[in-house]
Write a protein that binds this ligand. Structure first.
Ligand code: NAD
Length: 487
């Protein structure tokens, strides 16, 4: 692994080796917190995509990986988990510098990625088929078979973690993978490929092709030997991927955008709720698909909640990403900050009242980064664009409700359905609302959406398919029925 104090050149990872792209194109990679260049990364051309998918396909049909006995395959995945833990500090620094994450958050994500590999290491020998009591004279069995070469396309907000959520179950099932990381955050996926080689996973099983979505991504999703596309990113690109996949009847999993609700009833433990809601809204500077960016607060405590939440928002420690105490870092790029600022203009013009935030630090240590102070809106209505569209930045809208029914109606008034929280001490109400809420994941008295043991994914335009848990293995495999005649 390269020394992170230098401007590293990072080659593509093809067949276990780091190589330049065949066209010689490169991308410069910058630290979002200070604008400094941290690496130059090769870009994969269409020729590189064709070559890599062909290699991965050959490795798949050769069968070294898919036919490896389950204990050995599990041990190699466990080795990846161990290597991630050994190199946690290095990987966290890399992720922090590339994706603009406060170092403590980056450490947590890397540790979670190790847990993910460990989970699927243990899952490899727990993938069962069925014996079916059929009417015919013989035996009916089912097997779970790997799919072949899977294209894994990831976004920039949780680069290492989301890549791990895809790679670990895909490998556990015996597939080969080609990873296409987001253009601005390719570094940790390349590091992961190196770790799989170091762990002893055969070459060509894990490949990484950095490059722009419009070129590298397009060539990958259209390639006829790709059997499955697992995509995490915007709903807009997700729709496009589904259309392209239709041509080859490729399997598709989509983890897309969100506009999740945070429903706060008056009987909540307010202090705990506010601290946790702050995290759910502004974690990763709001660039989180599960961000609870629509707060629905029971009218009886609305003013108190708003006062306390705004006070805490103003006190957030926004700072350099290498400091342990930093609570919120920069946005990923200046373009992303501009896009968020455009939404602030929209919110202001729509007549919502901005109680704080939306400032760009112009002096001092933060001035060269893509920082933006967190914004809180009140006097919003359900149909405003800032209440309906995914802003993907540190912007929260808070709206009052009177009854439980109204809270559910408002929460469901969205094309998205990814995540959400309910805050109440009334267990029956919590469960009633959770069942009525059209969303893939919900937490009660918590802001947590991610549990490696449980399905992760969205309803409505937030996606299809699920990651994590044992169910993810189904999305990286086909079910095969076998009938054995008695004679
Ligand atoms: P994006 O859709 O712009 O890009 C995602 C990935 O797709 C990148 O690797 C990009 O290069 C690639 N891509 C772009 N165009 C492509 C094309 N034509 N063909 C193939 N690949 C293409 O998303 P982003 O800006 O990187 O990430 C932010 C979005 O991701 C937000 O909408 C967020 O909600 C969503 N997201 C969802 C989840 C989830 O689990 N539901 C998790 C994280 C992020």
């Amino acid at each position: 692994m390269s020394n992170r104090n230098d401007i590293a050149f990072e080659g593509l990872s093809i067949d276990g080796v780091r190589v330049k792209g065949s066209a010689g194109d490169v991308t410069e990679i910058f630290d979002p917190s200070n604008g400094k260049k941290i690496a130059t990364v090769a870009q994969a051309s269409v020729t590189d995509v064709e070559h890599t998918v062909e290699i991965a396909h050959q490795r798949f049909i050769k069968g070294t990986w898919k036919s490896m006995n389950s204990r050995t395959r599990g041990q190699l995945l466990q080795k990846v988990a161990d290597l991630i833990r050994d190199k946690l500090d290095y990987l966290a620094k890399l992720e922090s510098q590339n994706a603009g994450k406060p170092i403590n958050a980056a450490k947590g994500e890397i540790a979670a990625a190790a847990n993910c590999f460990e989970y699927y290491a243990g899952a490899v020998n727990k993938i069962y088929g069925q014996t079916i009591p059929g009417a015919a004279d013989g035996s009916l069995l089912t097997f779970r078979e790997p799919l072949g070469v899977c294209a894994l396309i990831t976004p920039w907000n949780f680069p290492f973690l989301i890549t791990s959520w895809k790679v670990a179950p895909a490998l556990a099932m015996g597939n080969c993978v080609v990873i296409k990381p987001a253009g601005v955050t390719p570094l940790s996926a390349l590091a992961l490929a190196d770790l799989t080689v170091e762990a002893g996973i055969p070459s060509g099983v894990v490949n990484v092709l950095a490059g722009p979505g419009s070129l590298t991504g397009e060539a990958l999703i259209a390639h006829p030997l790709i059997r499955k596309i697992s995509f995490t990113g915007s709903t807009e690109i997700g729709k496009h991927i589904m259309k392209v996949a239709a041509d080859g009847i490729k399997r598709v999993s989509l983890e897309l955008g969100g506009k999740s609700a945070n429903i706060v009833f008056a009987d909540t433990e307010l202090e705990i709720c506010i601290e946790s809601s702050l995290f759910s809204a502004f974690d990763n500077a709001g660039q989180d698909c599960c961000s609870r960016s629509r707060f629905l607060v029971e009218e009886k405590i609305f003013d108190l909640f708003v006062t306390q939440f705004v006070d805490r928002t103003k006190a957030m420690k926004i700072g350099p990403t290498n400091l342990e105490e930093t609570e919120m870092g920069p946005l990923i790029t200046s373009q992303q900050r501009k896009s968020v600022c455009n939404y602030l203009d929209v919110g202001d013009k729509e007549g919502a009242e901005r109680l704080c935030g939306g400032d760009i630090p112009e002096d001092g240590v933060l001035a060269n980064g893509n920082y933006l102070t967190p914004a809180v809106y009140v006097k919003v209505n359900a149909d405003m664009r800032i209440m309906q569209e995914e802003i993907f930045g540190p912007v929260v809208c808070i709206m009052p409700f009177k009854t439980e029914e109204e809270a559910v109606t408002l929460a469901n008034n969205s094309v998205y359905g990814l995540s959400g929280s309910i805050w109440t001490r009334d267990v029956s109400r919590a469960l009633r609302v959770a069942r009525a809420f059209e969303t893939g994941m919900i937490s009660i008295n918590s802001s947590s959406s991610v549990h490696i043991e449980a399905p992760f994914g969205g309803m409505k335009q937030s996606g299809m398919g699920r990651e994590q848990g044992m169910v993810a293995l189904e999305h990286y495999s086909e079910l095969k029925s076998v009938f054995i005649a008695n004679e």
